[in-house]
Ligand binder design. Structure first.
Ligand code: FAD
Ligand code: UDP
Length: 379
């Protein structure tokens, strides 16, 4: 497994680990050993053909979007892109309305005169094109807006959030529901980012190219804990769960897990858009038709439905850090210990930073870590 005395170890081959590995190899000219306990690269963004040959995102639908030119530029070295703007509709009162909740949803759900008044009030109060977190809209003093906020909270956020996280929105960091703001516009795209596109040949191909470098060696099905001491002694970028690194000795950080149910239909076009959300009380949160994301629309169509689960350590995957006071307080304790290891071990990524990162944020974190922290220390 390479030279034990020189070089780098990267634990985890997801967006954070693969990006860090590539930049370390390029910038230091030293060998980089990338390990992952899973039998594939790509972390949670991994995709692969299913038994019918249809490309499926194995850990739930992954849609790429970013405002970072640096991240988009970096990843563009390893993939061509297929333009794709994700659209989501929510089933509300038996109708499908576009999310984020904006003018189209208001017009679909309220009588015309009331809808016009609500749109005018929203525009007056927040300005055209504003993006208003639901928890902020709920604080509105205006009677119409207060009623609208209560309606949206009840119909869009309350049930979905309770299912997704196992707790009400008020118990979570406000940043969670702010990801899907109420919008003062007719924009029907789920994301507003400057760059919205999918890797033309999928994520696995992107990762294979990113890790294809003469100084990078990849060892799969290799947990960090299984490495011999001389390899563990290498300077390390660790992207696994923050608490797992320390043997959970201060307690388990709260994570949320997810189960995915796959269903195959004879032809594409089962849904009017990529994802349908279910903010009601059925156990599933959303169904995504893969072909919208991958562009593979010939032949069979695969629908993936997500069922949030309590995370049981050792039984299912820690997919989502839970942004809220309880987790944050414990994470701060582990983080202080992690920082004390800087210079030999650096923690980064959705699991190791215990932060609700999107893919672009994970890549950005790794680019910054290498450029601003590791390289300056490495001289
Ligand atoms: P990960 O992808 O989790 O990679 C960490 C890797 O470390 C894993 O492969 C793991 O096996 C490995 N590892 C852990 N412990 C060890 C160990 N001890 N030894 C060796 N290896 C170890 N983001 C978006 O931008 N758009 C989306 O649409 C989107 N949808 C998502 C849907 C779901 C259901 C989920 C769960 C996430 C979604 N994300 C999305 C977030 C995205 O998955 C993350 O931002 C990204 O994968 C984070 O990359 P990472 O490298 O930090 O972590
Ligand atoms: N959310 C909701 N209803 C929806 C969509 C989102 O209540 O129809 C809330 C919910 O709390 C969710 C959060 O907004 O966890 C963030 O949604 P996003 O689609 O960004 O979640 P992710 O794709 O990360 O699972």
């Amino acid at each position: 497994m390479g030279n034990a005395r020189k070089g780098w170890l990267v634990a985890g081959a997801g967006f954070t680990g693969a990006t860090a590995a590539r930049r370390l190899a390029e910038a230091t000219g030293e060998p980089v050993l990338v390990i992952d306990k899973r039998d594939h690269i790509g972390g949670n963004a991994f995709d692969a053909p299913n038994a019918d040959g249809v490309s499926v995102h194995r850990y739930g639908p992954h849609i790429f979007h970013t405002n970072s030119d640096a991240v988009f530029g970096f990843l563009s070295r390893f993939t061509a892109w297929r333009p794709y703007e994700h659209r989501v509709q929510a089933e509300i009162d038996g109708r499908l309305v576009p999310l984020p909740f904006g003018f189209a949803a208001i017009e679909a759900l309220f009588p015309a005169a009331q809808a016009a008044r609500l749109i005018a009030r929203l525009t007056e109060r927040y300005g055209a094109e504003a993006r208003v977190p639901i928890l902020k809209l709920r604080q509105s003093e205006d009677g119409d807006l207060k009623a609208l906020a209560a309606f949206i909270y009840d119909k869009v956020f309350a049930g979905y959030t309770l299912k997704q996280w196992g707790m009400p929105a008020e118990a979570l960091s406000p940043s969670v529901t702010a990801r899907v703001p109420v919008i003062v516009s007719r924009d029907e795209r789920y994301f507003a980012d400057r760059h919205q596109a999918m890797p033309a040949e999928g994520y696995a191909a992107l990762f294979a190219r990113m890790l294809d470098h003469p100084l990078i060696e990849v060892a799969l099905s290799t947990p960090l804990e299984s490495l011999p001491p001389e390899l563990r002694a290498r300077r390390t970028v660790y992207t696994g769960p923050l608490d797992a690194y320390f043997g959970h000795d201060e307690g388990h950080l709260p994570y949320r897990s997810m189960a995915f149910a796959e269903e195959t239909r004879p032809a594409f076009g089962v849904q009017p858009c990529g994802t349908i959300n279910f903010p009601d009380d059925r156990p599933a949160t959303r169904t995504t038709e893969q072909g919208w994301l991958t562009g593979e629309t010939a032949g069979r169509s695969v629908l993936v439905t997500e069922y949030p689960q309590a995370h049981v350590p050792g039984v299912n995957e820690p997919f989502y850090p839970v942004p809220g006071e309880a987790g944050d307080a414990l994470a701060r304790r582990y983080r202080a210990r992690a920082e004390a290891l800087n210079g030999r071990v650096w923690f980064a990524g959705r699991l190791a930073d215990y932060q609700y990162y999107n893919m672009d944020q994970a890549a950005a974190r790794a680019l910054t870590l290498v450029a601003k922290e590791i390289l300056p220390q490495a001289g």
